[in-house]
Structures are given as structure tokens and as C-alpha cells.
Design a protein around this ligand. Structure first.
Ligand code: ZN
Ligand code: MN
Length: 470
């Protein structure tokens, strides 16, 4: 008997503010350990927190983009626990009256993942385990976080992956967080339970803490699903506990049995007033929200006539979308632009980071200059690709690589003689083609391209080759 999977995600995002949430220490990721600390974030007696307004604005922006109700009054609370990464011995968070409530994120299938709440809180320090010792870096203490909590609406590993990726993309568009899982600016806690029938109450859930990559997260969910199903099948019971994912073998291990809210002794933070927002303040934040990814995809398919897949590729990173839109304003062939950006240029950029920053030496103007030569059929597709490759390497415009003689399209007779030569030199491919292997023509076409130094137009050459073969 197979079980139904039910997953809820709690995602912590570090907000990109200049300073920390309750003091003026710099909020930066890569600094020498313990260089951005002060008596406030280190929790010295007698210090008082001051709430960073920018952190609140970014959190509200996230809430609005996730269709939440923004609460005009919310409360900051103390969550008490004792651990070396938390010098105050409590974290300032929000408990029963969070900043945002009742939102949702829509998956590509149209399915809605309900967001229960978004609250703001401060990050804890970082423990570094090395050579049998534990080191503490307090630079991260007091970095502003939002925690986005879903209902357990996610029912497969694919949905979990898509949720995280869409959330990541959305937050990057808002510019409120880097969302880098490997650097810890985005971390997911995953609640997993299983049950037999959708009509049954939810099963007992386990929580896997601090997933720092999407692939670990999906592996952890798969492992927990299997473990819980097998346990129930044998007549056992799932224990409510907090687990750690073991990267080496893909298993989960208990960290501690789950605390109740009671164990944290939440109490309203006496050193801060309740957090109030006016209607006008919320409207002002709303006005700053840029065009969001789903709206962009809609516009790209409707206005530019691109396929949903091409649109997804282009909008994945804001820098790529900006580049494409600049180019599309100059050159009215969006499909051709999209092909060259997602093809040649993406191939040139090796890592996701490079694609994200999209710091290429070819300006939109230079790309359009090249592609308009292709559009006017002055150069072939192959030559355009080759030239773009050189432009990407050198940062020079296409004029540096193309001369007047490249623009002269091959005359028909020269092209025919190239085709004849190519056929003679590729008897094996010719035989294969005659045997019904359509693909064999590619080798012959390739030879024509080589002979013409990329100047032959592929379609025309193919036509001639077929005519010669008869
Ligand atoms: Zn500080
Ligand atoms: Mn939290």
C-alpha cells in the first residue's frame, strides 16, 4: 500500500539590509570572523535593541509578493533557548502575531501552496566545527531574517523543488535576499509526514533542519517518505522529532526530540514596542514592487511571442531579463535574440553564478548589430554563432571579425561545387543517407560549411545537396 506524502517548508531568508536588525553593525557575509559585533548584538546587559525599518520594509515586500495579508500591528517576541550561537540566550522573533499571514505561491501546474505566515526575526551566530574544536563567529548574530512558513500542501518532491526555486526567483526579483543556499542566506526546514488517505488527519511529522541545497532537500524528503512509510507498514509509529540530514549516505538522524512552543517560553519582547504600519506605509512599499517573474513570463509569451520555455530561461535571472529587454528594444526579433542568448551566450557562461551576474563583454547593442547582419542574410547562422563566440572572448564588436567579403553571400555555383565536393568526400555518410538515415546529411552539410568558411546558408546548401543526390 502506498502512502501520500505531505510536506511543509519553513524557509529562512537573510535580508539584504546594510545593517543588522537591532543594531548598526554591518550586515555582510564574507568578513573576518567577529568583526561586525557590538554590545547590542552580543547581548551585553543594559543594551537595548532598535528595530531596523528597512528590514521591516523588505519583509512587507516579500509578504505582498506572496499575496499575504500584512498585519498593521504585529508583536516582537522573545524565543528563549540556550545555545552558544545565541549570546543573549533568546532570539527576538515573532510568535502568535506575525507581520504577514495567509498568502500563497502558485506552481506552474496552477496548484496553490498556501503560505501560513511570514515573520521577521534575528539570525543566530555560526558555529564552526574544526579539528575537534568548536569556533564561534558572531558576525551573523542579529542579521535580519524572514521565515516563510507554508501549510503542508506540497505533495511531491517535484513540487518541493519548484516551490523553493520559484521562491528563490521571486525574492531575487524583489532584490531583498541573495537566496544562496550554499552560503546560508536561504535555509529550509522541511516538515514531512505521510498518510494513507487524503481524508485522514495529517500523520505525525518529522522536521529536517537546515537544508542548504535543493538536491539535499529532495533526497531528505525521499528518505523520510520511505522511512516513515516502511515504519507504519510494519505497524510502528512515527515519532515527532527533529532530524539532521546526513550528506554522506543520504539518511536522516535524530537531533533532539521536538520542543513544544512551551519549551521556548515565548514572551512579548519588553524592550520593543509592538510593530505598527499604516495603510499609506504599506501602499508605499507596494508601489516599489517591480514586475515579478510570473508577470514577465506572461508578457514575454504574449507580447514577444516567445514559448513559455524560452521565457522561463530568460527570466530566471533578472540580469538576463534586463539584457534581453534592452536588446529587444533595439532589435525587433525577440525569438532570434532569445536563441542566441540562451544558446551561444549561456554556453559561454559556465556556472550558475556567471549566468546570474551576466557580466558579459558583449553589449546588447553589439549583439543586435551582429544579428541584424544575420537577419539581412548578409551572413549565415553558422558565421553569426562563430563571430559571437569571438566577441564574447574578446569584448570586441562584430566589425573586428567580419569584413565586406564575409557579407558577400556565396554565389550559387560556388555553393554547388562545394556541395559536390563534400558529397564525394563523404561517401559513407551518403550511403547512410540512402539507407534512410536522415541524420547522415549533417556530416555532409558540415563539410560544406567548412569549405565555405561558414558562409554557406544551411537551408540552401541542404536543398542543393538533396538535388544532387536526386
Ligand atoms: Zn551589533
Ligand atoms: Mn526561525
Amino acid at each position: 500500500m502506498s502512502y501520500l506524502l505531505q510536506v511543509g517548508l519553513e524557509t529562512h531568508l537573510e535580508l539584504k539590509t546594510k545593517s543588522k536588525i537591532f543594531c548598526s553593525c554591518e550586515n555582510s557575509f564574507s568578513s573576518l570572523p567577529n568583526t561586525h559585533c557590538c554590545p547590542v548584538c552580543l547581548g551585553h546587559p543594559g543594551t537595548l535593541p532598535t528595530l531596523n525599518g528597512e528590514a521591516v520594509r523588505l519583509a512587507v515586500m516579500a509578504g505582498l509578493a506572496l499575496n499575504c495579508k500584512i498585519q498593521k500591528n504585529s508583536i516582537m517576541d522573545r524565543k528563549n533557548y540556550f545555545y552558544p550561537d545565541l549570546p543573549k540566550a533568546y532570539q527576538i522573533s515573532q510568535f502568535d502575531v506575525p507581520l504577514c499571514r495567509d498568502g500563497f505561491l502558485t506552481l506552474s501546474s496552477g496548484k496553490i501552496i498556501r503560505i501560513e505566515r511570514i515573520h521577521i526575526e534575528e539570525d543566530a551566530g555560526k558555529l564552526i566545527h574544526k579539528d575537534g574544536k568548536v569556533y564561534i563567529d558572531y558576525n551573523r548574530v542579529g542579521v535580519p531574517l524572514i521565515e516563510i512558513v507554508t501549510h503542508p500542501d506540497i505533495e511531491s518532491v517535484d513540487e518541493a523543488r519548484e516551490y523553493v526555486q520559484k521562491l528563490q526567483r521571486l525574492m531575487r526579483y524583489l532584490g531583498i535576499s541573495d537566496c544562496k543556499m550554499q552560503e546560508g542566506s536561504m535555509r529550509c526546514d522541511v516538515n514531512v509526514s505521510v498518510r494513507k488517505e487524503p481524508t485522514e488527519p495529517l500523520g505525525t511529522r518529522t522536521e529536517i533542519k537546515n537544508m542548504n541545497s535543493v538536491s539535499y532537500m529532495t533526497r531528505a524528503i525521499e528518505y523520510e517518505y520511505k522511512r516513515q512509510s516502511e515504519l507504519l507498514e510494519k505497524g510502528g509509529r512515527v515519532k515527532r522529532e527533529t532530524l539532521r540530514f546526513i550528506e554522506s549516505d543520504g539518511s536522516t538522524q535524530p537531533m533532539r526530540s521536538k520542543e513544544n512552543a512551551d519549551d521556548y517560553r515565548f514572551l512579548p519582547e519588553p524592550d520593543l514596542l509592538s510593530l505598527t504600519l499604516t495603510h499609506d506605509e504599506i501602499e508605499a512599499i507596494k508601489a516599489k514592487i517591480p514586475e515579478l517573474p510570473d508577470e514577465k513570463i506572461k508578457r514575454y509569451t504574449e507580447c514577444f511571442g516567445l514559448s513559455p520555455e524560452d521565457s522561463e530561461n530568460l527570466i530566471k535571472y533578472p540580469a538576463v531579463a534586463n539584457y534581453f529587454e534592452k536588446a529587444a528594444q533595439i532589435f525587433g526579433r525577440p525569438k532570434m535574440l532569445s536563441n542566441f542568448i540562451c544558446g551561444q551566450i549561456f554556453a559561454f557562461l559556465k556556472t550558475e553564478e556567471e549566468k546570474e551576474s551576466f557580466d558579459i563583454p558583449v553589449t546588447p547593442e553589439n549583439l543586435c548589430e551582429l544579428l541584424s547582419l544575420l537577419e539581412q542574410k548578409k551572413i549565415s547562422n553558422a558565421l553569426a554563432k562563430e563571430t559571437l563566440g569571438k566577441m564574447l572572448q574578446s569584448g570586441k564588436s562584430c566589425g573586428a571579425f567580419l569584413s565586406e567579403e564575409d557579407f558577400s553571400v556565396l554565389d550559387e555555383n560556388t555553393l554547388k561545387s562545394f556541395c559536390r565536393e563534400a558529397l564525394e568526400e563523404n561517401q559513407k555518410a551518403l550511403a547512410d543517407y540512402k539507407d534512410g538515415k536522415e541524420k547522415a546529411l549533417k556530416a555532409i552539410l558540415g563539410a560544406v560549411m567548412k569549405k565555405s568558411k561558414g558562409k554557406a546558408q544551411a537551408e540552401k546548401a541542404l536543398k542543393i545537396i538533396k538535388e544532387i543526390i536526386g
